[in-house]
Design a protein around this ligand. Structure first.
Ligand code: ATP
Ligand code: MG
Length: 393
């Protein structure tokens, strides 16, 4: 069956007054972005409290639906067939044609729900529903009406034309990206951080990202993997500005000056400082990491407290209470898993000590960092200046 449009359902309860317009405008914008790569001229329109996609004459249905299923804020997607309004008698024939094409063997309970958006339409909506229901009953001997919990609801919207739909495909939920500010994701090549970025973007937050690499200890392939992951996250979050920071000199300097078992913690504190610098520069209101309590030595509560201490922005850790398996499930769902498990060295693992501290003492860590005083400001300055920015679409 050829569908002419998609009716978009979104959670309206939480959005009242002025917020509703912001929400809808952001939704429309994200839908346009998502549909851009799909072949054909799709029009996204906002009209009388509804958001629609008008489809071109020829398009790939699955591809269009999949694109829409990545737009946060969408709760349901109903494929619609549009008929000309040539009076109720013709509409009866059209709806019957729709039923026969879509559910040729229909038997079971149904109801017709009519919404009269065009108030000048001469017949009240209840009456339209009754007439259309009658036609369906006559044509399908196994069908019966159940207005309370029907197996099938045939929705008919009367506008300038007649919109008919009977099915709602699930959307991803959440809120449209752009309705809740922006945050900076610390994106590594692992499983967790892409999931963390996805989860925060789902709440309407626009995302930028920062990746620390350490050439020649980490390869171009490792960097490419992070770019690939950013692209996969951007399918949901929209465009991402990825900051690629060359972290080698800072890492080597810490390695030279500080006790090796503290290396990871101190390194992570510098990552946070740099991420925060770029966050503030680009108007981000928080940082995002893929940390999860207890997953590794640097993610005990003591370690997290030590890393957190250097930040003035809030740090959002959406997977903090998740087991690895739960994170893996989401990464499979958003299609980042296969990329994340590609075996490329990561800048944290290369200098890792055999026995990293798991309960860092803040005073001890601060004291170790004082050993960096001579050169660290200069190295930080160079790292910031030499950062490469990649625009991910
Ligand atoms: P992930 O699977 O997300 O890489 P992980 O289990 O490897 O996480 P860590 O290496 O301790 O855990 O990193 C914790 C978090 O710190 C990551 O989720 C990410 O947000 C950030 N992070 C770690 N390494 C980097 C890096 N090289 N560049 C940017 N962020 C990083
Ligand atoms: Mg990692």
């Amino acid at each position: 069956m050829l569908f002419h449009a998609f009716l978009i359902k979104y959670a309206e309860i939480a959005i009242k007054g002025k917020n509703r317009y912001l929400f809808e405008d952001a939704l429309v914008k994200q839908m346009r972005l998502a549909l851009e790569p799909v072949e054909g001229d799709f029009q996204v329109i906002k009209e009388q409290g509804r958001v629609y996609v008008l489809c071109p004459e020829k398009y790939d249905f699955d591809e269009a639906v999949e694109a829409l299923q990545r737009v946060f804020g969408i709760v349901g997607i109903s494929p619609v067939v549009i008929y000309e309004d040539q009076g109720l008698e013709q509409t009866k024939k059209d709806v019957l044609g729709y039923m026969k094409a879509r559910y040729p063997e229909f038997s079971g309970t149904f109801k017709v729900y009519t919404r009269r958006a065009k108030k000048s339409y001469p017949v009240p909506s209840m009456e339209v529903s009754a007439e259309l229901g009658g036609v369906i009953l006559d044509a399908f001997p196994g069908a019966s009406v159940d207005v309370h919990s029907p197996e099938l609801t045939v929705s008919v919207e009367i506008r300038e034309k007649i919109y008919v739909y009977s099915e709602t495909l699930p959307g991803p939920g959440g809120m449209p990206v752009g309705t809740n500010g922006k945050a900076m994701l610390l994106l590594s090549g692992g499983i967790d951080s892409p999931v963390a970025g996805y989860m925060i973007a789902k709440r309407g937050v626009k995302i930028d990202a920062v990746y620390f690499h350490a050439p020649p200890y980490t390869s171009d392939r490792a960097k490419q993997k992070v770019v690939d992951l950013a692209r996969l996250v951007a399918r949901y979050s929209g465009p991402i500005r990825l900051h690629v920071v060359n972290f080698t000199d800072i890492q080597l300097y810490i390695y030279d000056q500080c006790p090796h078992e503290e290396l990871t913690i101190i390194m992570r504190r510098y990552m946070m400082r740099i991420a925060e610098h770029f966050a503030k520069e680009s108007g981000c209101l928080g940082l995002i990491t893929g940390e999860s309590i207890g997953q590794v030595a640097s993610q005990t509560l003591q370690s997290l407290a030590a890393t957190n201490e250097v930040c003035t922005l809030p740090v959002y850790r959406p997977v903090i209470g998740f087991d690895k398996q739960e994170i893996v499930e989401i990464s499979r769902k958003i299609n980042t898993f296969e990329t994340s498990i590609q075996p490329f060295e990561d800048c944290c693992t290369i200098f890792v000590a055999k026995h990293p501290v798991t309960k860092p003492n803040l005073n001890v860590i601060r004291k170790s960092e004082r050993k960096l005083e001579e050169k660290i400001d200069q190295l930080m300055k160079e790292a910031l200046e030499n950062t490469e920015i990649i625009e991910i679409h």
